[in-house]
Design a protein around this ligand. Structure first.
Ligand code: 1CP
Length: 348
């Protein structure tokens, strides 16, 4: 099915006068309507596994800001959860996965069926697709194997890249085996999301930054290539967006991968460099510092204008260089959408 969607046309390689817009982490804690539903649902996991509520949360930012794409409300840590690591969220502490993974777990986890326990997520996709207007796209997603592996190994958020690199050097075989398992499961998970109605899929490699090249290639580039190629083969109509955060000039490696339809750029990347080195290979998405949306006003608009100008003649999806944060005033998000849709500074 081809949907008449600005977002999907851009992913198919067409430049638009005004780019399609969506925001990473567009549903969630900065929205009062989310906080209200979240408190009714009980835990975050209860919300993710309740298709009626999860679908409502997915649609909230579309209703408020009329964005071009909705992103499924779920989390990258649902795969480890259904593999057997209990996921919980402590107030102000971030996610916990219990117990941490051990080498012997990989074979056992490989036998686990993840699709049956994740059925509520696919039902959320079906319900959301049925409620969305046809010109709005629905994005499915998963964490990239490396990023998910870091949480599985640390039992939660580990912000210390040195420790992550040590794991690689200490027991490379175990790490690569874990990444291989996650690569396999992620393909199944994304294909099931596509079959339920997702129009495109995004892979978040939030912790790809700061890895030495040969390690980055092994743990991030190659697994994402396998996933993108597998999706291209199995569901050739469905575009794949890769968001390798913090990889700098190595973003070209991702942009050139078979099966990659767009690369998300982070806020640290020079957009002029991205225009010169990525746009010839693939569509580009994002870039603007989410802290500028917290700040709002003229600074936000001037910075957004840079992306509009640089990417006006190539396929570009307006988005941020990482997710919206809980302290973002929703009015600033609305003002940013109006600014982009109004054609930027030239009409002001
Ligand atoms: O307390 C709450 O209500 C839970 C907060 C929350 C939300 C709203 C979490 C916990 N996850 C989500 C939803 C979510 N997570 C979505 C769907 C909603 C949307 O984007 O609009 C998506 C796409 C994610 C992706 C995600 N989860 C990433 C990749 C993107 C990124 O921010 O880098 C990561 C790293 C996670 C793990 C995670 N889950 C939740 C939190 C707070 C975190 C980050 C933990 C950390 O900083 O290490």
């Amino acid at each position: 099915m081809t949907r008449d969607s600005l977002f999907l046309k851009t992913l198919a390689g067409k430049a638009a006068a005004i780019p399609p817009i969506w925001f990473m982490r567009q549903a969630g804690r900065y929205l009062p309507e989310y906080r209200e539903l979240r408190s009714k649902a009980g835990s975050f996991l209860d919300l993710c596994f309740d298709p009626a509520l999860a679908s409502e949360v997915t649609l909230q930012p579309i209703r408020r800001f009329d964005l071009d794409a909705a992103i499924l409300f779920a989390d990258i840590l649902l795969i480890p959860h259904v593999l057997g690591q209990q996921l919980s969220f402590q107030e102000n502490e971030g996610p916990k996965l219990d117990p941490v993974i051990r080498p012997g777990d990989v074979d056992r986890f490989r036998q686990r069926d993840i699709l049956e326990p994740l059925e509520p997520v696919f039902e959320t996709v079906r319900r959301t697709r049925a409620e969305l207007a046809p010109e709005k796209a629905l994005i499915g997603f998963a964490g990239a194997p490396w990023t998910v592996a870091t949480y599985m190994l640390a039992g939660g958020s580990l912000r210390d890249m040195a420790v992550l690199r040590q794991w690689h050097y200490r027991d490379e075989a175990f790490l690569l085996e874990l990444i291989d398992l996650l690569t396999e499961k992620t393909v199944d998970y994304l294909i099931a999301q596509i079959d339920a109605g997702a129009d495109a899929v995004q892979l978040f490699d939030s912790w790809a930054g700061g890895l030495p090249w040969p390690v980055l290639d092994k743990v991030s580039v190659r697994p994402l290539e396998r996933i993108a190629m597998a999706i291209e083969k199995a569901r050739p109509e469905t575009p794949v967006i890769l968001f390798p955060k913090g990889v700098g000039e190595k973003a070209t490696e991702y942009a050139c991968l078979g099966g990659c339809d767009a690369v998300g750029i982070d806020y640290a990347m020079d957009p002029t460099w991205a225009r010169a080195h990525l746009s010839g290979h693939t569509a580009v998405q994002g870039g603007l510092d989410p802290m500028l949306v917290v700040a709002g006003g003229e600074r936000m608009e001037k910075a957004a204008e840079i992306y509009l100008k640089l990417f006006h003649d190539v396929p570009y999806i307006f988005n941020l260089g990482h997710g919206l944060t809980p302290d973002t005033p929703p009015e600033h998000v609305g003002a940013l959408v109006d600014f982009i849709r109004g054609g930027g500074l030239k009409t002001k």
